[in-house]
Design a binder for this molecule. Structure first.
Ligand code: NAP
Length: 498
């Protein structure tokens, strides 16, 4: 086929819908490879109790498919998953989706100038262009703690939550206090007999202003979609205005910190616990969390906040640096994701036999977070430097999708590859623009790679990303033929000797 799309979450599904909508609906036009048996990506996979989105759903949804029937401002994971299923049905893209199709390798064939794809079940396909919609937060991280594999009870990760998980009446340890844990902990506190939350770094949390959407509101939005669009715009502008502090004047974040401090004071009575829950880094450096229930949980008699570092795990206990054995029946890991993990699990080979995992081992560098030098006709959605700390990533996915559509149109006249110069320019720009943002203000987070560089977040406004991706710059690409010729020439010319 012409285009192979990998994944059917917001990115892959959005790409498929846009291709269908503009008339690419012949079977050979595009195929979506989905390893699971249903669409939905992260919203299909994350099923831990309390899982929801912390961006209002009227904005965390496709601009071209508004849903007047959200049950509340911040929809649950299940509701967002259902929304994506409805989108797949509404736009009739299911016929293009191969379910149970787990891509294990993709290699660019320099002779045919096509991608050769191999699935886990041995099936093989070829495609002119390859679009990766595999998500950034997909592969769970299991922390490297001594003895973790000797734990005798169940060990659950927030990202792989079995539907039949039963922690009722159990003594449960939760490791991690990020976005997932903050949603999960209040729920677990209701069912566990005792909860120990192991915190390495406290999180900044703001009040969550979440309203239920009554039938009247839903009917009004269904009858007057323009009104819902207006409300969506208002939410967009409210969130977007925050980028000024995040990316330009991080010192101004102290104003936001004041709100969080007041929220903490109102939430936790015990001053000693409150002190241990207070972060010391600038708010926004790690993702700001929203919750009205998480902090008050620590006033419960049956919930402990443990801040001594974990030294090891034994079959029935978590042992901390002060020598305490915290006896538990179950272990819950809210320890996040490996950013490169989504790509490491498959072998992607570009021109000259170079593998993406190896190329990215020195940093996930791209042009615009979408194209990679040396990888012709490869497009990445929600790629490096396109995550957001202040607004909805669905916007970024839609901008990138529009950009890819333009590239795919140009590819009809011949395959192209982004130039090393364009990629180097974008990489230096990201480094210099990230320097004075809140994300590089001194904390550790998944936004920074192991070299301390921001290769995750777009260090600016969504408007600036839209302006950058609205039109493809011809100079950022070269025809594959020219690229292969110059690569062959480089191989033939001996390196200068000293
Ligand atoms: P995360 O933010 O990366 O948090 C991981 C947590 O585990 C951190 O508290 C970390 O501590 C802790 N941790 C990791 N290794 C540890 C170890 N060896 N010992 C002790 N603690 C350890 O992961 P997440 O909560 O799954 O969230 C990841 C991202 O997913 C979020 O930032 C967000 O973008 C997305 N998410 C979004 C929503 C939503 O509502 N939209 C919900 C959930 C997740 P340190 O802070 O000290 O490293």
């Amino acid at each position: 086929m012409r285009v192979a799309i990998v994944g059917s979450g917001f990115s892959g599904l959005g790409m498929a819908i846009r291709l269908s909508e503009r008339g690419d609906s012949a079977p050979q036009d595009y195929v979506v490879f989905e390893k699971a048996d249903e669409v939905g990506g992260t919203w299909r996979d994350n099923r831990y109790p309390g899982c929801a989105c912390d961006v209002p759903s009227r904005l965390y949804s496709f601009s071209f498919r508004q849903n007047p029937r959200w049950s509340r401002d911040f929809a649950t994971a299940g509701e967002i998953w259902q929304y994506l299923i409805d989108c797949a049905d509404h736009y009739r893209v299911r016929d293009h989706i191969e379910f149970g199709a787990d891509l294990t390798s993709a290699a660019y064939d320099e002779t045919t100038r096509r991608w050769s794809l191999r699935l886990a079940d041995g099936r093989e396909w070829t495609a002119d262009s390859l679009v990766m919609g595999v998500g950034a937060l997909h592969r769970p991280v299991v922390p490297d703690i001594e003895g973790i594999d000797t734990f005798a009870g169940p060990t659950l990760h927030t990202a792989i939550w079995p539907d039949d998980a039963d922690l009722a009446g159990k003594r449960v340890a939760v490791i991690g206090t990020g976005a997932s844990a903050v949603q999960l902990v209040p729920e677990l506190a209701q069912e566990a007999s005792h909860l120990s939350v192991f915190q390495r770094t406290p999180a900044w949390i703001l009040p969550k202003h979440d309203k239920v959407w009554g039938a009247r509101r839903q009917q009004t939005f269904a009858r007057f979609p323009a009104l819902q669009r207006l409300v969506r715009w208002r939410t967009y502008l409210q969130l977007e205005s925050r980028v000024l502090l995040f990316a330009r004047i991080p010192r101004g974040m102290v104003l936001v910190e004041g709100i969080a401090r007041r929220h903490l004071k109102a939430s936790v009575k015990n001053p000693e616990v409150r002190a241990r829950l207070t972060p010391t880094y600038t708010i926004g450096c790690k993702r700001i969390l929203l919750s009205n229930e998480y902090w008050p949980t620590f006033d419960r008699e049956d919930v402990d906040l443990v801040t001594d570092p974990i030294v090891r795990i034994e079959p029935d206990a978590v042992v901390t640096g002060d020598g305490t054995r915290h006896e538990v029946d179950a272990l819950v890991l809210g320890t996040g994701f490996s950013l490169s993990g989504s790509y490491d699990r498959m072998r992607i080979t570009g021109s000259g036999g170079r593998e993406l995992a190896e190329v990215w081992s020195g940093g996930m560098h791209t042009n615009l977070g979408i194209t990679v030098a040396g990888f012709p006709e490869l497009y990445v959605l929600l790629g490096p430097n396109t995550a957001l700390g202040h607004n909805s990533v669905v916007l970024m996915i839609e901008f990138a999708t529009d950009y890819v559509l333009q590239c795919l149109d140009r590819a009809r006249a011949g395959a192209r590859v982004t130039t090393a110069a364009a990629q180097d320019g974008f990489t230096s720009e990201m480094a210099s623009r990230s320097k004075h943002t809140v994300w590089t203000s001194g904390c550790q987070s998944w936004y920074l790679d192991r070299f301390g560089n921001n290769t995750s977040v777009w260090p600016g406004s969504t408007i600036s990303y839209w302006l950058r991706t609205r039109r493809v710059r011809a100079a950022d690409f070269e025809p594959v033929a020219a690229h292969l010729e110059s690569a062959a020439l480089e191989d033939r010319v001996p390196a200068p000797t000293s």
